[in-house]
Design a protein around this ligand. Structure first.
Ligand SMILES: Cc1ncc(COP(=O)(O)O)c(C=O)c1O
Length: 387
């Protein structure tokens, strides 16, 4: 269906991301609203079961956001005050902020290269100290980070591997779904994500202990939920630890369940568009295309990043595309260069990450994008770079 636009602005004509819901999605939400039960209940449980089966994971716990999932994953890994969590800086701020929530220090490590902008295991190893409790692998743009090597490294040092799978639902490495390689995987259902419902997240794990911990902590550390009490299963509860309100609500769980049915088809279209982008961009002078040699069937193809070869042109190229009605973004500014982090971590220097942040541009990509839209983006980019 064609949605009514959230804004009447004419920019962007060609947005970075666009969401199209189907009639069945709207009906699923309407039915939930009519049911009279709106928070953590049967639809959330059904979504958890479906998503765990989809991943091949033992447990999936729905949460209010990926940030909440990262926070609880770090806590489950035993991260506390004085500890360290090794994270990339070429990611969204939440990957590092969640370590700070635990009273721990995020230790920033390098990416491999601008062609492969994910956490470099060779740079992680020397940063491990007796205080390191976890390493977080981010599957940037939907492409697998070096999970096998990172898992090996974590096992060697007896620390936890956490996966930030915000970009990569349904993506795989060596035939195994991302999110299932470490202690826990943290997914996002935020507005612009592959499986978006506005706000939402999920933690998957094969550990019964971690799943029980996360289930309790997402709802104030209580031993039973409101839904259990509503059904008369119990009329009391204990609080067994410091908990949070990290619950998902039922309308969004219903929307997730409905959208999950089309996830593979949506990703198949993203992969097709990504391959077509790669072919078109191969003829564009002055850019690098990250993961250009990576197999698209391993990736969820969440975004289409490019790197401008020459430093210092990012703002200009982005502005020129904007003049043509095309929205771009930067995935990502280096976390350690943000004001709040620079004050805390003034000595961090990551030259590859910083260059990537200064030269990256993310191009529009969404399943119902047309070939004509893509041609328009590539033509405008070519022109912007040539000027
Ligand atoms: C890599 C990464 N990690 C974590 C997050 C946080 O996700 P959420 O908004 O669901 O908390 C995002 C979302 O933008 C992300 O891109």
């Amino acid at each position: 269906m064609t949605p009514s636009r959230a804004t009447t602005d004419t920019f962007p004509e060609l947005p970075l991301f666009d969401l199209r819901l189907e009639e069945q999605d709207l009906e699923a939400v309407a039915q939930t609203l009519r049911s009279g039960w709106l928070t953590l209940g049967p639809r959330t449980a059904a979504f958890e079961e479906a998503f765990a089966a989809h991943l091949g994971a033992r447990h999936a716990v729905a949460l209010s956001s990926c940030t909440a999932a990262l926070h609880l994953a770090y806590l489950a890994a035993g991260v506390g005050p004085g500890d360290e969590v090794i994270v990339p800086s070429f990611t969204f701020a939440a990957t590092a902020a969640a370590a700070l929530y635990c009273g721990a220090t995020p230790v920033f490590a390098e990416i491999v290269s601008r062609e492969r902008p994910s956490l470099d295991p060779a740079d992680v190893a020397p940063r491990i100290t007796p205080r390191t409790k976890a390493v977080c692998a981010v599957h940037y743009a939907g492409y697998p980070a070096a999970v096998e090597r990172l898992r090996g490294l974590c096992d060697e040092y007896g620390i936890a591997l956490v996966e930030d799978v915000a970009h990569a639902p349904s993506a795989t490495f060596a035939g195994r779904k991302l999110g299932t390689w470490g202690l826990a995987g943290a997914f996002s259902f935020f507005s612009n994500k592959v499986l978006s419902v506005g706000e939402g997240g999920l933690l998957c794990t094969d550990s019964d202990e971690v799943a029980a911990f996360v289930r309790a902590r997402r709802s104030h550390g209580m031993t039973s939920g409101t839904w259990d009490r509503h059904r008369g299963r119990t009329d009391t509860y204990d609080v067994v630890g410091l908990g949070y309100n990290y619950r998902l609500d039922e309308p969004r769980a219903a929307l997730l369940l409905s959208r999950l049915e089309r996830l593979e088809a949506d990703i198949a279209r993203r992969r097709e568009l990504t391959l077509r982008y790669r072919a078109l961009l191969a003829d564009v002078a002055g850019i690098l295309v990250p993961f250009a040699d990576a197999d698209v069937p391993d990736s969820s193809c969440y975004v289409m990043p490019i790197m401008i070869e020459r430093d210092g042109r990012q703002a200009q190229v982005s502005a020129r595309l904007r003049e043509r009605g095309i929205q771009t973004s930067i995935f990502y500014p280096s976390i350690h260069r943000f004001s709040a982090y620079r004050e805390r971590f003034p000595d961090v220097s990551l030259p590859i990450t910083e260059l990537a942040s200064r030269t990256e541009l993310t191009l529009p990509l969404y399943p119902h994008m047309t070939y004509a839209d893509q041609d328009r983006v590539v033509a405008a980019l070519t022109e912007a770079l040539a000027r």
